[in-house]
Design a protein around this ligand. Structure first.
Ligand code: ADP
Ligand code: MG
Length: 242
């Protein structure tokens, strides 16, 4: 298989919170068009890394190179305009905007930079795709967990981002909802879009990802082909908490 071009590179990314070293000199690459699995036990630093890559947290040290430009200190809205979109492990829609308006905002201020009139068309299309067309005028607080997660997916679809980071979108869903969410992740990928997939559901990870990186206690402990990485003794130990 041909090596894909590196689209985002992290070099020595570190971040501590009051004594907890959430990320400890993490080096990684994200390659164009791949579905990269980002896995590791609870508290290993996965969401923190997503927060750093999307500009929500600033690392204490290290560089984050997007097409060679260091974006480690860039504000989140700038990173969104560069075409990096993320979902939140706990969905955080704009509470006073309707479901439709939440998706419109993603189309207007994400990588797509659409005008408002076009964003309505795009938002309706994406809500229909995720099965939320009938909830377009609802407020996010009127949605259940599964609907709020699918709203997050509609938002990243509408943003037309080059790199989409999905933080545990399957958690809390029923088996049927998981099947439809996996199909949506494939649709978001579309064969070409770069995806970072944070997930605990290993069946979904094996089914979807091209490559895995594994964090444990803030350190990158393994990377490579999904099945090989899952069998790596260091990874097995990390999951057993040994
Ligand atoms: P994961 O997503 O892999 O479960 P996190 O990235 O959420 O792990 O957390 C990694 C570590 O950093 C944990 O010890 C967590 O408690 C800590 N942490 C994450 N975010 C914060 C924060 N905003 N303030 C303080 N500690 C945090
Ligand atoms: Mg997390």
């Amino acid at each position: 298989q041909l090596e894909r071009k590196v689209i985002l590179r992290g070099e020595g990314i570190s971040l501590a919170f009051r004594g907890v070293q959430a990320l400890d000199r993490v080096d990684f690459e994200i390659r164009e068009g791949e579905i990269l699995g980002l896995v590791g036990p609870n508290g290993s630093g996965k969401s923190t890394l997503i927060n750093v890559m999307s500009g929500f947290y600033k690392p204490d040290g290290g560089r984050l190179l997007l097409d060679g430009e260091n974006i480690a200190r860039a504000p989140a809205h700038h990173i969104a305009q560069l075409g990096i979109a993320r979902t939140f492990q706990i969905p955080r829609p704009f509470p006073r905007l309707t479901v439709l308006e939440n998706v419109m905002v993603a189309a207007m201020f994400g990588g797509a930079s659409m005008r408002q009139t076009m964003s309505i068309v795009k938002a309706r299309e994406m809500l229909a795709f995720v099965g939320l067309a009938e909830r377009a005028q609802a407020l996010p607080s009127q949605l259940n967990l599964h609907q709020r997660k699918f709203l997050e997916l509609a938002r990243v679809l509408a943003s037309d981002a080059r790199i989409v980071m999905l933080d545990e979108v399957l958690a809390g869903l029923t088996p049927a909802e998981i099947t439809s969410a996996i199909a949506m992740v494939r649709r978001i990928h579309g064969g070409t879009r770069t995806i970072v997939f944070v997930e605990h559901n290993m069946r979904a990870v094996i089914e979807l990802t091209d490559r895995l990186i594994v964090l444990n206690q803030g350190r990158l402990i393994a990377e490579g082909a999904p099945r090989e990485v899952m069998d790596d003794p260091a990874v097995v130990r990390a999951y057993l908490g040994a």
